[in-house]
Structure formats: structure tokens, C-alpha cells
Design a protein around this ligand. Sequence first.
Ligand SMILES: Cc1cc2nc3c(=O)[nH]c(=O)nc-3n(C[C@H](O)[C@H](O)[C@H](O)COP(=O)(O)OP(=O)(O)OC[C@H]3O[C@@H](n4cnc5c(N)ncnc54)[C@H](O)[C@@H]3O)c2cc1C
Length: 449
Amino acid sequence: VPGRAALSDSLAAIVGAEHVRTDVDRLYLEEAIGNEQGSADAIVFPATADEVATVVAHCYENGVAIVPRGGGTGLAGGAVPHGGVLVSLERLTRIRAFDPLLWRIHVEAGVPTHEIRRIVRESGLYFPPDPGAAEQSQIGGNLATNAGGPHALKYGVTGRWVTGLEAVIAPGTLVTLGGATRKDVAGYDLSSLLIGSEGTLGIITAAWLRLIPAPEVSFPIAAFYRDAEAGCAAIEGVFGNGIEAAALEYFDQGTFAITRASFPGSAPDDAFVIVAEADGAVDEAARIRGELIDVLGESAIALQEPEADALWRWREGIAHAVAGRLGAKLAEDVAVPVDALARAIELTVEIGARHGLQAVSWGHGGDGNLHSNFLFDPATDGRARAAEAAAELLTEIVGLGGTISGEHGIGSLKLPYLGLQLAPPVMGAMRAIKDALDPKGLLNPGKVI
Ligand SMILES: Cc1cc2nc3c(=O)[nH]c(=O)nc-3n(C[C@H](O)[C@H](O)[C@H](O)COP(=O)(O)OP(=O)(O)OC[C@H]3O[C@@H](n4cnc5c(N)ncnc54)[C@H](O)[C@@H]3O)c2cc1C
């Protein structure tokens, strides 16, 4: 392994000295919410896919670990390096082609998520994936985590919108998988393997994305319930009545108590809240809105139709408001079959109480996806107790037929728990894939598997 000075000289020869940093900036060594602090021998900022390939080839040949980084908004420790070279994709920001009349766009990995949504919207089109930190996250990071978001209920997660990928795979080769073609079943589906692989099988440098005409209108509805059981029954009622909601978010009583003051509208005390949205062409969205009001309203103690922007802004602020309650929180991202959602919400609170912690959850209710949070004061031993509570929760969730990660990924933080969910032969198959595609184990080591 080369020394730091030799390494940075070699990297400078590839990307230019001004695009290599060894005065390693703390911001690049942790994630947005400051989960974990890492270390790196160098941070490199390539400008093109070819430069990414040359950087990977150099590192691979010299036994240096390579950690890709998008917007750093991940919540699983995936982009935090522990030595080696951090490869930031932030300069790969070209829109290579935008064909509005063919409903497709070809973008580089570093384009911020919100930028893609904005550009296509100007042409009346829609890129549905809407993960929470879209101002800061990048499409490459969204693909590497196969990010979800509120509207994944109707439109699916990010990977569903991909027709092709360009990526650098070991030992530093730039490859194209698929492209602008809308169908492609030639050979193994390596794109799907790279999507959600959190940088452990290659670095995504560009993607071809499918688009659809933008919904003409959307109508959000907020419904308030006495408890999780009533609220989750209402979610099941939406499915049972054949209503295709665009989003079905929930906020448990603890979450709503913390964030009620900024809710855009009047709201009852101590409520379990569901935020639903109807979208589509004007007539269709109006029909769905009416059906949602009927079904959600049946057992609700109150129902409102807040202004959409204000409501979604409130929604985006939830994680920060909850973190601010005691100063710190440990966040899990579990998912269960939707008929086990009420139990999982109760379990979160019960397990927190067993460890002397306030626990709350909110999330993508229609997808059975909970963001379970254990709150603590960082000046106490709360973090250790929160970690014990989280481990207990993951075990219980798997027992409910659920998953230890619905959308944030495994990264390094959930690595110890993957075996709770996956049987040894499944882990073995995944390990074989990793070994085949990364024989030296240098692509984001210590993550996922
Ligand atoms: C307030 C908040 C709300 C959030 N809401 C949601 C939500 O609703 N839904 C959701 O799914 N997530 C959500 N997240 C989590 C996070 O935003 C997503 O996981 C997002 O997709 C990460 O993108 P990023 O560009 O920030 O990636 P990073 O955090 O930089 O990286 C994430 C992982 O992908 C790898 N990676 C990054 N870029 C590449 C690349 N080009 N090629 C290969 N590997 C790469 C990294 O090594 C790392 O393992 C939220 C996060 C925050 C802070």
C-alpha cells in the first residue's frame, strides 16, 4: 500500500492536484446526521467517469480501499470511510441528454435528486422518487441505496425508474449496463445487482432514467386517530377498498406530540396521524380524494386538508424536530408486512420503555416502513441503551416477517444484524457475489456484507 504522499501524488496526476484533499475535511468523514466519524488517506474529486475508472484502477492495483460518496445523507454509515480513498461524485453533474418527448433523461451520478425532479418538471414530466433529503442527496447515492420516500407507495423505489447504468467495476473498468432501451433481458440483471449495493460492487457514474407525465394535481389529507390500531386499520381500509393513494404516511402519538406545534393546521391532542395524498389527472385525483376522505374519515376523530407545500415541509422537518427533543436519537428503518404495522409501532414504544428511553416512530405507513427512533440525552449513557433497544427491535421485527432495513440500507451500522434476517446459505450466496465482483475486497469494505 503506497504512503499518503505517494498516493495523493498519483491521484493528483489523474484528477489534478486541486481535486485531491489530504487535509481531510471532517464533513466528508461523517454523514449528514453525524452518525459516525471516519478517516481517509485522501479525498478525491474526479470530474468524469473516465477519471473515476482511472482512480479505481490505481487504488485497486495498489490495494487501497475505495469508498464512494454521494451527498452524504445516508443513515447507515455507508459513505463513511475507514481508511483508503473517499471518491466524491459531486463533480459528475452533467445532464448528458434530456429527451422530454421520449420521457427519458441521462444523468451523471452527482446530480442532486431535487435537480432532476426540477428539470423534468419544467417539461411537464415527473421523476417520482422523493427521498427526504433530496436537496443534498445525489441520484448516484439514491441508486446505490435504492432509495424510497413517501411516494414510493404508488410509484415504487428509485431502481424502478432505471433503464440503464454506467458504472466502474473492479479492477477499474467502465461498463455500460442497459441504456435508453425500455426493455432489456440480455444476460444477468447486473444493473439491479448494483442498485442497492451501497458502493460495495462498483461505483455508479451515470444512469438512464424513465420519466412519466406529471400528475396534474395532488390533494393531501391529514386524518387523526385515537391510537395506532385505529390508524393502521384505516390504512388497511384504503387497500381493502381498492383506493390507489399516492402516499400514506403515519406519525405515532409520540412523534406528533413533538411536532404538533409546527403542524400546518389545527389538530387534536394526543393523536395518531395519517397523511394521505391523491394525485393524477384532475377528475381521477378528485375521485381518489373523495374515496380517501370517506374511508379514512370513517374512524377518524378529525380530518383536514392542509395546504400541500406546508404539509410536506412539516413532514420533512420531522427527523430534525425529533432529534432536537433530547439532543440525540438512534434511528432505525425497519419494514413489516402492512398488517403487522400497528404491532411494530407499539413494539417500538414498548422496547424503548424497557430500556428507559422515549421511543417514537413515523414513516411510510402504506409500505409498512417505520422510522423507529430511540431518543436520548447525549450527556448520559443513553446511546448504549438505545443500541440495546435497537438490537431488540430488529430481532422482533424479523420475527414479524419484516426486514431490518426498508430503505436506508445496511452500511456499517446494521452490518452486525444482517444475520438476524438472512439465512446462512443466503449470506453465502451474497458473499460469493461480492467475492466475484470485488476479489480484493476493496470496494467500500466493511459495509453491507
Ligand atoms: C432528513 C433525511 C430524510 C431521509 N429520507 C429518506 C427517505 O424518505 N427515503 C430514503 O430511502 N432515504 C432517506 N434518507 C436517507 C438518504 O437520503 C438516502 O439513503 C439517499 O439515497 C442517500 O443518497 P446520498 O447521495 O446522500 O448518498 P451517500 O450518503 O453519500 O451514500 C450512501 C451509500 O451509497 C454509496 N454511494 C453513494 N454514491 C454512490 C455512487 N455513485 N456509486 C456507488 N455507490 C455510491 C455510499 O458509499 C454509501 O454506501 C433520508 C436522510 C435524511 C438525512
